[in-house]
Ligand binder design. Structure first.
Ligand code: NAG
Ligand code: NAG
Ligand code: NAG
Ligand code: NAG
Ligand code: NAG
Ligand code: NAG
Ligand code: NAG
Ligand code: NAG
Ligand code: NAG
Ligand code: NAG
Ligand code: CU
Length: 527
């Protein structure tokens, strides 16, 4: 993040108190976006590697939209380097899909075939008129996004009911945390399959900057703020594996959004954010002018390896310099005011409906096999996407192999899923296309059906989670762990909602129909 660029922005908008500085979004009902997916050098931590990148950068170009716009995203696959996956498929994480648009949802072998080098696919996504907040996009194919294909998507609400609480909500307030590997995701996955150990990230990145053991002293990202102003930071965890514990020295964070759902302001001083999750929080720059550490302790993998890989950007308005105070891990013990998910209260109340069906997911990894299982079944992608087969009339439970972990429900029902994670692995479970109600969070015994937090990524643990969702949108919706190494070895399932309705409601385009024949014709090295 460039100190002077952001100061320039503040000057440019000539902010007067009471007027919120927001980011300009291309106007009109439809926004055309092009993303060229390329292999190219990238060096967020001073180590140059070849990545899989949207428009050649990591993260990819930040996308911005206004609530209710239609996004027409043309993705051109220009990949050439066969040491990494050459095909791709993009998921716009957390974005609701309309009930007829599941075919533009981006899940390989569930809702589409990936597309190979030299090919393009255009995702047309009419944004839900009621959905705003912090989102992101990433490759959904295998663990390809660990190679860099990830970026932010902010959907702004011009009538944000919480706007009075902050002064600045622009490009400078979008923050990302990411784990980063120097080696390719293909070699990482091969090593995982052999050893049952996810390759330890070389470092954690905050706003695409970080330092690795023995590497150069890359300048940490700086987040400039002006005294007296209140900033709406949008923190997006674009990790593939690791989680981070985030705090800002001498400042509190007032959480107002989780995964696109606004909540009553809730003040904490430390929060744990898992892969795929997003939070907006307000920071009031009310402390003496100085540089302060933003702490983002990376968890996951071998702690010894990660000991000095903490990402340490600064929040400042003083001359750019590293804070003189020592680095810490943030508030701990009695000083900590942690974010407890179950304390978040959506500002638009919505009771959790009573379940029509109950499911239990027992997550488990057998000893000596790199395989995650749900109820003893490890998910294996079918070769023909679920949606293709559903449109061909395969809508009975017997039409799906047991390894597809596909659970069928009638349309317009409520399903309750109880997730058991006896090993306390902290799986961030993510549902595509819609939110679930978190009736019970891990870490609390409270069962809240009155107005629980709704979100699309919830982290599990030994305490057991209870989630509810509706089957109002017909089609196969991916429901999987957002630690993509776990997902790649089977921690996935498909929620089959109202399959008998799909043929009546979902009418894919010819371009979509061509994806599978094209993919099947590719040599294995280009898939
Ligand atoms: C990506 O790059 C293409 C080609 O240069 C450009 O037309 C497009 O606007 C870029 N996309 C974004 C979102 O910046
Ligand atoms: C392809 O990627 C690999 C792995 O990052 C790298 O070592 C190699 O140099 C790349 N090849 C080219 C032609 O860039
Ligand atoms: C990177 O991947 C290559 C290819 O799988 C492997 O030979 C090499 O040992 C890996 N390097 C590291 C540092 O893990
Ligand atoms: C991001 O998610 C990963 C995986 O769940 C987690 O290890 C990491 O701590 C998260 N980052 C933050 C800042 O919470
Ligand atoms: C932050 O708070 C600590 C403890 O109250 C204090 O010692 C320190 O000087 C403060 N930092 C700055 C930059 O003001
Ligand atoms: C689902 O489980 C709940 C207990 O959590 C129970 O109250 C309810 O009756 C069950 N519903 C069905 C349809 O089995
Ligand atoms: C599932 O696996 C566990 C652990 O191996 C075993 O105890 C249990 O009996 C299995 N359940 C079924 C239904 O096969
Ligand atoms: C179907 O499921 C069986 C286990 O019941 C598994 O051995 C087989 O590989 C699966 N077939 C496919 C195509 O996934
Ligand atoms: C589900 O609800 C939608 C919207 O109310 C309605 O159009 C549709 O017919 C319903 N489907 C079934 C199978 O009840
Ligand atoms: C889940 O909650 C339990 C307490 O019920 C706690 O011990 C555990 O660490 C939590 N797991 C995660 C991943 O946060
Ligand atoms: Cu997991």
């Amino acid at each position: 993040m460039q100190l002077y660029a952001s100061l320039f922005l503040l000057g440019l908008f000539n902010n007067v108190r009471g007027v919120t500085v927001t980011q300009a979004v291309p106007p009109g009902p439809t926004q055309h976006i092009t993303l060229d997916i390329v292999n190219g050098p990238v060096s967020p931590d001073g180590f140059t590697r070849i990545g899989v990148l949207a428009n050649g950068t990591f993260p990819g170009p930040p996308l911005v939209a206004t609530k209710g716009q239609t996004l027409v995203v043309q993705v051109n696959n220009k990949l050439t380097n066969d040491t990494m996956r050459l095909s791709t498929s993009i998921d716009f994480d957390g974005v609701f899909q309309t009930s007829d648009n599941i075919f533009n949802e981006g899940s390989p072998f569930v809702t589409q075939c990936p597309f190979g080098p030299g090919e393009s696919y255009t995702y047309t996504i009419p944004l839900d008129p009621a959905q705003a907040g912090s989102f992101w996009y990433h490759s959904q194919l295998s663990v390809q996004y660990a190679d860099g294909l990830r970026g932010t998507l902010i959907i702004y609400d011009p009538d944000d009911p919480l706007q009075d609480l902050y002064d600045v909500d622009d490009a400078s307030t979008v923050l990302t945390v990411a784990d980063w590997w120097h080696n390719t995701s293909t070699s990482g996955l091969a090593s995982y399959l052999q050893t049952q150990i996810i390759p330890v990230a070389d470092d954690g990145l905050f706003n695409a900057r970080g330092r690795y053991n023995g590497g150069p002293e890359v300048e940490y990202a700086a987040v400039p703020v002006t005294s007296g102003k209140r900033y709406r930071f949008r923190l997006i965890n674009i990790s593939a594996r690791s989680d981070f514990v985030v705090s800002i020295d001498n400042h509190t964070m007032t959480v107002i959004e989780a995964d696109g759902v606004e909540v009553h302001p809730h003040t904490v001083n430390v929060l744990d954010i898992f892969a795929g999750q997003r939070y907006s929080f307000i920071v009031h720059a009310n402390q003496p002018v100085a540089n302060y550490w933003i702490n983002a302790q990376i968890n996951g993998g071998n702690p010894a390896h990660n000991l000095n890989l903490n990402v340490r950007p600064r929040i400042n308005r003083a001359p750019r310099a590293e804070p003189t105070t020592p680095m810490t891990e943030g508030p701990t013990g009695a000083d900590a005011l942690p974010l407890n998910e179950w304390e978040l209260v959506p500002i638009v109340p919505m009771p959790a409906p009573e379940p029509d069906f109950n499911l239990t997911f027992n997550t488990f990894m057998p000893v000596g096999i790199t395989e995650w299982e749900i109820n003893n079944i490890s998910y294996i992608s079918p070769s023909v996407p679920t949606l293709v087969r559903v449109l061909n009339g395969e809508i009975q439970p017997d039409d799906f192999n047991v390894t597809e972990n596909t659970f069928l429900f009638p349309a317009n029902k409520t399903v309750q899923v109880t997730i058991i994670d006896a090993a306390n692995e902290g799986h961030p479970f993510h549902l595509h296309g819609m939110n679930f109600w978190v009736v019970k969070s891990n870490g609390s015994d409270i069962i809240n059906t009155v107005n629980p937090i709704r979100r699309d990524v919830d982290v599990t643990g030994t305490g057991t989670n209870i989630l509810r969702f509706r089957t109002d949108k017909p089609g196969p919706w991916f429901f999987h762990c957002h630690i993509f190494y776990h997902f790649a070895v089977g921690l996935g399932s498909v929620i089959g909602a109202g399959f008998d309705e799909v043929g009546k409601i979902v009418h894919p385009t010819e371009a979509w129909e061509r994806l599978c024949p094209n993919y099947d014709a590719l040599p294995a090295s280009e898939q």
